[in-house]
Design a protein around this ligand. Sequence first.
Ligand SMILES: Nc1ncnc2c1ncn2[C@@H]1O[C@H](COP(=O)(O)OP(=O)(O)O)[C@@H](O)[C@H]1O
Ligand SMILES: [Mg+2]
Length: 388
Amino acid sequence: MPDSRVSSSAPRPVSAGAPSPTAVSGMGAEKPAVEFRDIDIAYGKFVAVRDFSLSIRKGSFVTLLGPSGCGKTTILRSIAGLVDISGGQIMIDGRRVDDVPIYKRNIGLVFQSYALFPHKTVFDNVAFGLKYRNVPKPEIARKVGQALDMVRLPGSEKKLPSQLSGGQQQRIALARAIVFEPQVLLLDEPLSALDANMREEMRVEIKKIQKATGITAIFVTHDQEEALSMSDRIVVMNAGSVEQIGTPEEVYERPATAFVADFLGKANMLAGMVSKTGGQTAVTLAAGQTVNVTSPRPLAQGSKVIVVVRPQKLSVGAVAGANRLSGRVVSASYLGGSAIYEIDIGGGTNIRANAPINGRVVREGEAIEVGFDPGGCVLLDESGRRIS
Ligand SMILES: Nc1ncnc2c1ncn2[C@@H]1O[C@H](COP(=O)(O)OP(=O)(O)O)[C@@H](O)[C@H]1O
Ligand SMILES: [Mg+2]
């Protein structure tokens, strides 16, 4: 389990990865498509979302990423008006949503379960939102046709959901959500019911459709790969609060907290103490070894730090990089092009390396050297926040 203690000390997001409220009011600036200002949401006495702030640029694809129960669905529901907020404000296109009745909110929804009407044809399923909005019949037929083209199921109007595969049903659900050109498209774990191959295909598909339509999308997932591969921005959440907002590269390469480093890609976190400053910074690890690190600012000798190293930044065997640690292989998993090693480096510390295979997979029990560059790590302070 990720360490939830980190969240309480995590920095509040200053910028939401999109124009800040003040920047937005500037001349000629576009209003954000959706903006959350310090929202709180409670179920009875239980606070599910706390101080959530986020500004989403029009036409962007933003993902809420976090473990089950962290409040992702609750936030989506608040936009659609399916749950009340107990504090703060939500704005859609610069307008407070509290002022807009639910049935007038122009929002498309796609859920994990396809939630199609089982006894209605594909046409009637997709046409639902248009009929509801009293769109004239010929226009309905045209728009349904276009939406089905968009999801690459043209000509499927007369079919019933039961005649379609899971992936196809989810495409119909997507067509139904975009057919009335909503201001915002909300997608709550839409791929998690699909098998692995279909999931990857649908990732690409959803992204293409979002780009082609220019629709603003808020996507929810607990799957880091989905988030990294699909998003313009990722909001990493933990226990109802924001841990970090950034591009996929930012949250992966420069995790703001220990929680983010662990949740995205299971980074190694090596506790240590600054043992040399001035010029190159050196950290002596709890396991005994001393490593050189690149610090963004001078640190006091003796300060406690956590050295975060991604498994992919570690080389194994024919070691490159300035820092070398010796250890023993505890487990080795062959993945084809690379292998994942768990390596005991002493002092009760195991590290994970994901390295290309140099000749052969190193076996369990063998002695091994691992290496990394001083610039290949991120430094966190004692409380788990990135040193910047
Ligand atoms: N209707 C509800 N009544 C009470 N608690 C709820 C309700 N819905 C969700 N919760 C709780 O709120 C928290 C956030 O839930 P949710 O938004 O569904 O999380 P996620 O989508 O990230 O898995 C969880 O602890 C969940 O148990
Ligand atoms: Mg959920």
